[in-house]
Write a protein that binds this ligand. Structure first.
Ligand code: ZN
Length: 437
């Protein structure tokens, strides 16, 4: 039956306990306990039920078309999957996300299926004189030209420095600094998998375990690019690593395949290259590189492209080390967890672009695969595989190659492209590579 007004009422989910109740109630940010969306294809209204009022402002962002609503910090105690993208037929709204965007700042991002302009954004008390409030974001279908105009105007008005990210820790000279980069966070949930698995949560838990294992070795200083459920842009992740004096960056993610891809499983280690090793690697890089857009961060025109940086000679040398480390990780993980059919791949990941320290990106597994999700949810699996990764870090630095001057072999290895199969084209053993017993 066709309904003129399609009302999408979502189940109300309240986190039973946030766990960290602030000391004084007046310091606490308003709590959002429910969200619902009504969308009839001509107009849409997204409503959040809040414990108190917030001042919110909305603007349009193009490519992909979305509406970004910024506000002071709100504690969203709502199941993030409530706004996951789905096919609504005639609807204006494709999906929506919400969460922390920076210190003291929250954001709602509404992905549009059709051009729509902001009709109104208002917070009103649920009853006269009451504190609990409703934040209502009203959208109206508009012509593509009108949306483009609104986005251009908002871009001009909103041009300014990106919000400051967390301060990086001071460099420690005597121990190698291992930067762990749990992907996504805050307003950007990453991939949503089966059984309610969310990438940002799983990879953060993994990073904490890997931090514990590395620190237990007593030979490394470990720095995280994000702390808790916060949004950090890709550029800021690289900047935090550099300011921390990174010797190595390990970015941690989990992959997701739609459709008939649920049988694909296992961990994959990626390094940076200007040409993707295969189509699958290109897909993963495109997906992970879109994290900023998912959170509503505008493209920075002045930011150099990955390809520009990669032609730098220093980058080529650094890549050789990243490649060595990636091989070491795969070797250590072998037998301790399921590896992807093709566990070593490369593509143009923005977060791996730093030319001054080696970096790899690990996709722990697939959120679309039941066994992988079970593994990633298991503390025992995390401990076992993080221990293997920590051993790979130890071997990498024990070999002394990370700090030594790059050899011609290393440069040659970096210069050689990976084959379509994803393995090293040269296939040879690089002198000094940590030997497996
Ligand atoms: Zn990711």
């Amino acid at each position: 039956m066709f309904l003129r007004h399609m009302l999408l009422a979502f189940a109300l989910t309240i986190a039973a306990l946030a766990g960290a109740a602030p000391a004084r109630a007046e310091d606490a940010p308003p709590v959002a306990v429910a969200a619902r969306l009504a969308d009839d294809g001509e107009a849409a209204k997204l409503v959040f039920d809040l414990s108190g009022p917030v001042a919110a402002s909305a603007r349009a962002l193009a490519d992909p078309d979305r509406i970004v609503v910024d506000m002071p910090e709100v504690s969203f105690q709502i199941d993030p999957s409530i706004g996951r993208p789905r096919d609504h037929g005639q609807a204006i709204v494709k999906g929506f996300r919400f969460g922390l965007f920076g210190p003291g700042k929250s954001r709602v991002v509404i992905d549009l299926a059709k051009p729509a302009c902001v009709a109104n954004v208002a917070t009103t008390p649920i009853a006269k004189g009451a504190t609990p409030s409703r934040l209502a974001i009203a959208l109206k279908r508009c012509e593509p030209a009108a949306f483009a105009q609104a986005a251009a105007r908002d871009a001009l008005a909103g041009a300014g420095p990106a919000p400051a990210a967390v301060a990086a820790a001071a460099p420690v000279a005597d121990r190698p600094v291992i930067v762990l980069d749990p992907g996504h966070g805050g307003v950007d949930g990453g991939a949503y998998g089966i059984g309610g698995a969310i990438e940002k949560t799983l990879v953060y838990e993994y990073a904490l375990e890997l931090q514990r294992q590395l620190e237990a070795k007593g030979r490394f200083k470990v720095v995280l690019t994000r702390h808790g459920d916060e949004f950090v842009s890709l550029d800021d992740r690289v900047r935090i690593a550099r300011e921390a004096g990174a010797s190595l960056l390990i970015s941690i993610h989990a992959d997701m395949l739609g459709g008939a891809g649920s049988y694909v499983s296992g961990a994959t280690v990626y390094t940076c290259s200007e040409r993707a090793s295969d189509a699958e690697a290109a897909r993963v890089a495109a997906h992970e590189n879109a994290a900023d857009k998912a959170a509503g961060v505008e493209d920075k025109a002045q930011a150099p492209g990955v390809a520009d940086i990669l032609f730098d000679l220093e980058k080529r040398e650094t890549r050789a080390y990243a490649h060595l480390f990636s091989r070491g990780v795969v070797a250590e993980l072998q037998g301790k967890t399921q590896l992807n059919n093709n566990p070593e791949r490369s593509a143009g990941f923005v977060v791996l672009k730093a030319p001054d320290f080696p970096s790899v990106l690990v996709e722990l597994g697939y959120l679309s695969n039941p066994k992988d999700v079970q593994s990633m949810n298991s503390p025992e699996w995390r401990a076992r595989t993080a221990s293997a990764m920590a051993d790979a870090v130890d071997r990498f630095f024990a070999s002394g190659r990370a700090a030594a001057a790059p050899s011609p072999d290393a440069a040659a290895l970096a210069a050689s492209d990976r084959t379509a199969a994803g393995g090293p084209a040269a296939g040879g053993v690089v002198p000094g590579e940590p030997a497996k017993p």
